[in-house]
Design a protein around this ligand. Structure first.
Ligand code: FAD
Length: 458
């Protein structure tokens, strides 16, 4: 008999419960990826992610071929394509990762019904996309369906026993008569960031192995140092599922020590946001907690939003991070925090505009992590101190003390040493004129007043 394995955000062969389940129930499988027309039409398919996805599909196909199989690619409506393939292959069952977003869950439900109507079954598997399934832990006694505060979630998440990591299968048999479209090529995607990372499970495993060998132990001490660039850069791999979060957690925890503990805590943030989104799908666009904001709109706000996107706000560390975003499709977490705070709390522009721009560029851009981190920073989300405002000058001095990060991304200021590089407007007139760099978009004191007046209770 035959089973279909429907790949979505889980493009790997290692530690893949749907693949293992299909191989244990059936002698032949069809590993399928559907280029979902709805996602392409939604504008969510940004070039950086499409290019990274092309790497991931090529690598998954290669890994399946090493095992005697191959990847089957189709395009269109996922439900229609799976149903057609199930008939073509005369498959009895379909296995896939359980989804988290509203879109993924609706798709899953439609698929379940369509397959049942054909007398076939859909099996969804938890702990493929997250290490702990959304809803697996809930606050005890309160009746709440999810955690809205991170620390108690972390406590429960840490205590929960995890399933064992599953090895990659040795052999995969795919029926020969099942046709596939040609896999997309990264080189064919236009509009990508020049410094975009490479995708694929091999790359993910190489990065993880290097990270566990030499990066993780220093993580606690230097992860916030912008210039050191000392984080794992595993986020796009976790987003596309070329790395299993369960495996990442367990292998990191096994290293032990403060660095590993701090790193596993960050992986828990990922699960935390996923369980919020699963319980409150509307939080992808609506405020998780309304602060009755009257976000600025109109031409001045539009211009400031554009200057922020272009990395020309006049605040060097903000501009450095925005330029890293457009150059790499990725930014250091500290950079994301400070640019998001600057947009939402200093310019007081709606967080949704910033989140949209991030999603247009981020290679790891995902609804749970992006929207809920934006909400966290904007103070409409799960931050227990929603009105704190990050000062970009102090952030620069603290997290880029010798100015190397600014020098790297804002070359106009390369000759200016720290700490002065974080406040170029303070230079005496003649010296200031030497630098072709814009004046600050807003005075920080004015921005703070504006924020406090506009947000009731801030
Ligand atoms: P590391 O520091 O090595 O952390 C390891 C992993 O932990 C990350 O790969 C990620 O999966 C997870 N992680 C770390 N911090 C967070 C966090 N705050 N929330 C959730 N998971 C976390 N992350 C995304 O994956 N996709 C996004 O779209 C995204 N948008 C963000 C938007 C804003 C405004 C902010 C403040 C943060 C956002 N993050 C997002 C979280 C975080 O910035 C990135 O996960 C991290 O910078 C990725 O780099 P890394 O893999 O080197 O992280």
């Amino acid at each position: 008999n035959t089973a279909v394995v429907l790949y979505t955000s889980d493009l790997r062969v290692h530690d893949h419960p749907p693949l293992r389940a299909a191989l244990s129930s059936s002698d032949r499988i069809v590993p399928l990826f559907v280029r979902d027309r709805a996602i392409a039409d939604s504008g969510f398919a940004a070039p950086n992610r499409l290019a990274f996805l092309a790497d991931c599909l090529a690598d998954l196909d290669a890994a399946l071929r090493e095992r005697g199989g191959r990847l089957v690619l189709r395009s269109g409506d996922v439900v229609a394509e799976v149903c057609a393939l199930v008939q073509e292959a005369d498959a009895d069952e379909v296995h896939m990762a359980a989804g988290v977003s509203a879109y993924a869950r609706t798709r899953e439900e439609r698929l379940r019904q369509a397959l049942e109507a054909q007398g076939r079954r859909l099996y969804t598997h938890d702990t493929v996309v997250t290490a702990v399934a959304p809803g697996a832990v809930v606050p005890s006694g309160s009746g709440a369906d999810h955690f809205s505060v991170f620390t108690p979630y972390l406590r429960r998440w840490t205590e929960l026993p995890q399933r064992a990591v599953a090895a990659a299968p040795r052999r995969v048999r795919v029926p020969e008569d099942i046709g596939s479209e040609e896999l997309p090529r990264r080189a064919a995607v236009t509009g990508t960031s020049p410094g975009l990372a490479r995708g694929g499970e091999h790359e993910a495993r190489r990065l993880l192995a290097d990270w566990l060998r030499s990066g993780i132990t220093r993580y606690e001490d230097i992860h916030d140092d912008l210039a050191a660039d000392a984080t794992s850069r595993l986020s796009p791999h976790l987003h596309f599922g070329t790395l299993s979060p369960t495996e990442a957690v367990q292998r990191s925890a096994a290293v032990g020590g403060a660095g590993a503990e701090a790193f596993v805590r960050q992986l828990c943030w990922r699960d935390f946001h996923h369980q919020v989104l699963a319980a409150r799908p509307g939080a992808a666009t609506a405020d998780y907690r309304t602060r009755h904001d009257h976000w600025r709109t109109g031409p001045a706000a539009e211009e400031e939003l554009q200057a922020w996107k272009d990395g020309r706000t006049g605040y060097p560390v903000v501009d450095a991070a925005m330029r890293q975003l457009s150059h790499e499709g990725w930014v250091h977490n500290r950079g994301r925090l400070l640019v998001a705070s600057f947009l939402a709390k200093s310019l007081y522009v709606d967080w949704r505009a910033g989140a949209r721009h991030f999603l247009d560029l981020l290679v790891d851009g995902d609804v749970a992590n992006n929207q809920l981190n934006w909400q966290w920073v904007a103070g409409t989300g799960t931050d227990t101190r929603p009105n704190r405002v990050l000062n970009p000058v102090r952030q620069g001095i603290r997290y880029d003390p010798d100015g190397r990060y600014v020098h790297r991304w804002v070359p106009e200021l390369a000759g200016l040493p720290a700490p002065r590089v974080h406040e170029p407007w303070r230079l005496p007139g003649t010296e200031r004129a030497r630098y072709d760099y814009p004046p600050p978009l807003v005075e920080l004191a004015d921005a703070l007043d504006r924020f406090r007046q506009a947000r009731p209770g801030a």
